[in-house]
Design a protein around this ligand. Structure first.
Ligand code: GLN
Ligand code: ZN
Length: 746
């Protein structure tokens, strides 16, 4: 009789992926040097090898390291290349040239479309897949990076984006017939994946990680059935662990298990329900599970005791478990140690990628630290803010309905039909950026900097008067970034020295850290708006960033619901709105370009999101008198599930992207019961092209036909900060002329 009780093996420590831009954005610099012709391909490859080597240095504290998660630009583009599915228009004489043609476009071809990666601020390149796409296995990159790690003596686990997610993230190619869906090609693509997996196995790989983040979203029966078939085929000759990383697998969990995958990497930060589901399922004790207990999406230190407790729950289900990050660590900066200027108490509460690897190894080690998270310091609490919020009640709603407000606003600020305006920013010239850099480095004193910015405001006002616009803006020259500008002035936010996170390609952002209760210390924008208003008889719009966007583009405390944090930011903005109003500002725009970004991946969570997100906007804006007009701006036209939220913002005017979608968004807004005014963007500012006045007039006619003349504004579809005056002047001249033409025809 065997009397030994089985002692579970020590859990393996690993991570699902790692930041790939380098701790000091080394890859960014090399890429930009290469694109501008200052660094040849060999030089770029050497820089990339150094970045990968640094990644492996960091990752070598783990028992098993993920490989293949390096990228020159984007991991979805890497996958396109791994299955040789680049569109013909991007094929050049070298692989690297083709790669960058697809990523960035060139004289001969527009790039692949770029879009948001799930509910993050990362952007991926969208594969274009049609019936004509020929898939061929190109395993070189995956194999080389695997070997690089193996040659260092590391236990390496290759990572690829899985075939189901690859196709679900793709869009039909231009040649695809109506009704074609990229997922129709799954069976053929899986055969190519079998070859990729084979090449990795031949190189010595054991377990291979396939990322299937698309399975963290709601999927149809047909999609789940296709997933089941794909994985039954894939597991036939490879040991596959499937990772999601963006919430629970939900109904995909049993599908994957039944298909016979070797293992599953669970997101136990956002997808904890999977753990409950597993406990209710009949799971083989041989199934390998990774407990993703260290948050890959945020920068707070993990609660090691809680992580160990979750791990223990998994150990009760399986004999083969490991510990990992909840998602790739791509979404967090590399190293906290550069952050020496953080507010008291913050440093010891944060963990960037390197620190997270240490947390993972601690949780995996039965004798490792079990430190719980320190509680939020009392000094970070602002009772006045909390009491004001608790007392707010129905003050979060405008006092009168839109129709009555509209009449009062028209009386206060008489405007012609189809009033012309812009979205806020004017070109950020090299001279402005140089002044900002000099000021930041201490080479320009505050007074000089301010005088320089005021001169710019005056120039922007003069420019708009000359163009004949109806509602003016101050141009936002003083703002480094529409979120950071406010974060630097509110309490409760910290900025980092080197907390860079990849947004797309070589572009990195440094999100502020929202760590404590938020309050406004002093007016943040009133002086600028009032100064601009003092220069003109025309109305000048106040310009603020909304609470949801401030949250979306920051790292946000996770010790209370997001909704509570949003309300605090909203309350601070409410004070700013009140001060702008008191200073005589008749029109105040509160931008919410990230309203769609935070929309939960799963439909079941969306109603709650819509409620708190729109309420926070109303807290910020609803305190004004009926005759004060609230505008908002959203940067896109495909609202999908957030379309209902737009009416719930209860703004008086909403400006949106509409020119690319040929005003289709107007019908969507109508279906969603949006009844206030709309500024459908008639100039696509993301293109350097100067739009023809007649095209803008035609767009305005469409809008008038859809909404009636009293509900239409004429404006570009986004801010002008990235454009040059050479494009801005003729485009706005055309816009003003178009509005006049259509006005006369009313
Ligand atoms: N007011 C901002 C600007 O014009 C809006 C930017 C945005 O929509 N992202 O720059
Ligand atoms: Zn915009």
């Amino acid at each position: 009789m065997n009397t030994t009780t089985s002692v579970p093996a020590k859990p393996q420590a690993t991570a699902l992926g790692y930041p790939r831009i380098g701790p000091n954005r080394e890859l960014k610099r090399a890429l930009e040097a290469h694109w501008s012709g200052r660094l040849d391909a060999a030089g770029l490859e050497a820089a990339a090898a150094a970045v990968r080597s640094g990644m492996l240095d960091d990752l070598s504290v783990l028992d098993t390291v993920p490989t293949g998660t390096f990228s020159y630009y984007d991991h979805v583009l890497d996958t396109i290349c791994a299955v040789d599915a680049l569109p013909p228009r991007h094929r050049r004489d070298s692989e690297l040239a083709s790669y960058f043609a697809a990523a960035r476009g060139d004289d001969a071809a527009v790039p692949l479309e770029m879009t948001k990666w799930f509910d993050t601020n990362y952007h991926y390149l969208v594969p274009e897949i049609g019936p004509e796409t020929v898939f061929t296995a190109k395993p070189a990159k995956a194999v080389a990076e695997f070997i690089e790690a193996k040659e260092r003596g590391l236990d390496a686990r290759p990572v690829l984006l899985g075939p189901v997610s690859f196709l679900l993230l793709a869009k039909p190619s231009g040649d695809a017939p109506e009704g074609f869906a990229p997922l129709d090609r799954l069976e053929e693509l899986v055969e190519v994946y079998v070859e990729l997996l084979g090449a990795l196995r031949d190189a010595g790989a054991g377990v291979i990680q396939l990322d299937e983040p698309a399975l963290c979203a709601d999927r149809t029966e047909a999609e789940l059935a296709a997933t089941a078939a794909a994985y039954r085929r894939l597991v036939a000759d490879a040991a596959i662990v499937v990772a999601g990383g963006y919430g629970p697998f939900g109904e995909a969990l049993p599908v994957l298990l039944e298909a016979g995958v070797e293992g599953i990497a669970l997101d136990l930060v956002r997808g904890r329900s999977d753990l409950d589901a597993l406990e209710a399922l009949d799971v083989s004790r041989e199934t390998f599970f990774l407990a993703g207990v260290v948050d890959g999406r945020n920068i707070w230190r993990a609660d090691l005791a809680k992580g160990a407790a979750d791990l223990a729950r998994l150990q009760a289900i399986s004999d083969r478990v490991g510990v990992s990050s909840s998602s790739s660590l791509l979404h967090v900066p590399v190293d906290l140690s550069a952050e020496t200027e953080l507010p008291e108490g913050l440093f010891e509460r944060l963990a960037f990628a390197r620190q997270k690897l240490a947390e993972i190894t601690a949780i995996a080690d039965p004798a490792g630290s079990r430190e719980t998270r320190p509680s939020t310091p009392a000094a970070w609490r602002d009772d006045a803010v909390r009491e004001r919020l608790a007392a707010l009640g129905s003050d979060a709603d405008r006092r009168l309905p839109y129709a009555e407000r509209q009449a009062a606003q028209a009386e206060r600020v008489p405007l012609p039909p189809l009033p012309t305006t812009t979205i806020g920013s004017f070109p950020q010239t090299a001279e402005l950026r140089n002044a900002r850099a000099a000021h930041r480095r201490g080479l320009m004193i505050d007074a000089d900097y301010k005088a320089r910015m005021k001169a710019e405001v005056a120039a922007v006002i003069a420019e708009q008067e000359k163009l004949g616009l109806d509602v003016l803006v101050h141009g936002e020259p003083e703002r480094n970034d529409m979120v950071q500008y406010f974060a630097e002035q509110l309490t409760g936010f910290a900025t980092t020295a080197a907390g860079w996170v990849q947004s797309y390609g070589s572009r990195c952002v440094r999100p502020p850290v929202l760590f404590a209760d938020v309050a406004r210390q002093a007016p943040m924008t009133v002086e600028w708006t009032s100064y601009a208003q003092s220069l003109t008889e025309k109305p000048v719009k106040g310009m603020l960033t909304g609470p949801v966007t401030i949250l979306a583009w920051s790292f946000v405390r996770d010790d209370q619901p997001l909704a509570d944090t949003a309300d605090q930011v909203a309350l601070a903005l409410r004070d700013e709105v009140a001060d702008l109003e008191a200073a005589g500002t008749a029109i105040i725009q509160v931008d919410e370009p990230a309203l769609r970004e935070l929309l939960p991946v799963r439909a079941a969570s969306r109603a709650a999101y819509r409620d708190w997100a729109t309420r926070s906007f109303r807290i910020a804006t609803a305190g004004v008198r009926p005759e004060t007009s609230i505008h908002t701006h959203l940067c896109y036209s495909e609202f999908g599930e957030v379309i209902d939220a737009i009416a719930a913002l209860d703004a008086d005017v909403t400006s949106i992207e509409a020119s690319r979608s040929k005003m289709e968004v107007l019908a969507d807004l109508d279906r969603a019961n949006y009844r206030s005014a709309v500024g459908p963007g008639v100039w696509d500012i993301h293109s350097p092209r100067v739009p023809a006045a007649e095209d803008m007039a035609e767009a305005l006619r469409l809008a008038v036909a859809a909404l009636g003349p009293e509900r239409v504004w004429a404006n570009p579809d986004c801010g002008l900060k990235t454009r040059r005056y050479e494009e801005v002047r003729p485009s706005l001249e055309g816009l003003v002329a178009a509005a006049r033409t259509v006005r006369e025809q009313l």
